[in-house]
Design a protein around this ligand. Structure first.
Ligand code: NAD
Ligand code: ZN
Length: 379
């Protein structure tokens, strides 16, 4: 577990998690009301080096209306010169054209090599802003302030940035690490409940593939279906353990040469369900939830998991309120076929992330079509 700084040891109020990379290591600062401390955290004394004066706060109109003023005020008070820029919300605007709009604003405001882009938003804002930061003048400073649960535990950590191509999601991008990630759990109060649950799917994933204690905490919780239902201390622990899991995996495999692939647990069948339903019926987290239910059955069929492990995972997923059944109208044969077009297929063989025991995972290409078909049919 990461070092915590807290006034009461049983209820950590804040935590700092280090993403230790060969180059470009950075911290994830987790703290209630952290939005108001951004200026302080970006000062040279806290960061260890000096950023240029200019910072662009990049967001979308919904999120900026909620939190933009607090962020700007904190940065202004610390002596930064700020501008703001909003992308249109939604996956359809995660495009090169949107990034071009940001470049225009940076040109106008004369952003330099020492200037900084700060992403205030969910994974879409974070991915696009990171890609812009990687490209503008061949790389300027980048800070992530994730506001959705999914962005906090997944998208903001690890350095994957990018935009969609009309023919496929996230086809254009770069690995580009932020200088700092700050997570203020308070902003989740305004996150729509469906988005909260989508983020919980990734949290459960970390419990299964990496952190058996996180799994046990999720299992012991009375409710996991909304931000309001969660004890604040549990929420903090969920955020801390999930970001630590992602940080650990990324630290061992920054550019997805091996281990990092385990982060795709539940995603192989999940992606197929997501794309077969046109990215409109289920969101990403819901698809991952369904994918985890399905792959658990595969693992039982292969003798890797017993029925009890499967039931334990299912109970947690159900507790979050995520759907667990394959959506109506999606045929098993179509899922099996769609698996072969997954971005992660290597030499024509579909790669699955499986687990022998809760808390660890491995990647394999030995799962046959018939095992998948049989498992899905038995659900
Ligand atoms: N870079 C990575 O490693 C990585 C990993 C996972 C996902 N992603 C990408 O992340 C994107 C999905 O991210 P997402 O789920 O955060 O979606 P999102 O960015 O669309 O945010 C979800 C919705 O919640 C709203 N929202 C966010 N925070 C809010 C808040 N605090 N209060 C009120 N509303 C809020 C947003 O405006 C949006 O409508 C996808 O494009 C995906 O490809 C990237
Ligand atoms: Zn995911």
């Amino acid at each position: 577990m990461p070092a915590t700084t807290s006034s009461a040891p049983t209820q950590p109020l804040s935590a700092t998690i280090r993403v230790a990379l060969p180059q470009n290591s950075y911290d994830i600062r987790l703290e209630a009301d952290g939005l108001d401390r951004l200026g302080e955290w970006l000062a040279p004394e806290a960061l260890g080096y000096k950023l240029g004066k200019k910072i662009a706060v990049v967001s979308n109109p919904e999120i900026f209306a909620l939190y933009g003023d607090r962020v700007l005020k904190s940065l202004d008070n610390a002596g930064f010169e700020t501008i703001s820029h909003c992308f249109e919300p939604g996956e359809t605007h995660k495009t090169f054209a949107s990034v071009q709009g940001l470049f225009d604003a940076l040109l106008e405001a004369r952003f330099e090599r020492s200037s900084t882009l700060l992403a205030l938003g969910g994974g879409i804002v974070g991915d696009m802003t990171g890609f812009a930061a990687a490209s503008w003048l061949r790389g300027i400073n980048f800070v992530q302030v994730p506001t959705s649960l999914l962005a906090m535990v997944d998208a903001s950590v690890g350095g994957k940035t990018g935009v969609n191509h009309p023919k496929g999601k996230n086809l254009i991008g770069a690995f580009y690490q932020p200088k700092l990630v700050t997570i203020d759990p308070g902003v989740l109060a305004t996150l729509p409940v469906r988005e909260f649950r989508a983020g919980m799917a990734e949290v459960i994933k970390y419990g299964v593939i990496w952190d058996v204690e996180l799994f046990a905490k999720l299992e012991a919780a009375d409710r996991l279906d909304s931000m309001d239902a969660l004890d604040p201390a549990l929420l903090l622990e969920i955020l801390q353990r999930s970001t630590q899991a992602k940080a650990d995996v990324v630290a061992q495999d920054e550019k997805e040469g091996g281990l990092r692939a385990i982060l795709n647990y539940g995603h192989t069948i999940g992606h197929a369900v997501e794309s077969l339903t046109g990215y409109s019926v289920v969101n990403h987290g819901e698809a991952v939830g369904i994918g985890m239910v399905a792959v658990a059955r595969v693992m039982v069929q292969m003798g890797l998991w017993d029925a009890q492990s499967e039931a334990r995972q299912l109970a947690i997923i159900e507790k979050t309120g995520l759907p667990t059944a394959i959506p109506d109208g999606v045929a098993i044969a179509d899922i099996v076929n769609r698996l072969k077009t997954d971005k992660k297929v290597k030499d024509g063989r579909v790669r699955f992330v499986l687990s022998k025991e809760i808390g660890s995972a491995f990647v394999t290409d030995t799962v046959t079509d018939s095992i998948v078909a049989e498992a899905l049919a038995s659900l």
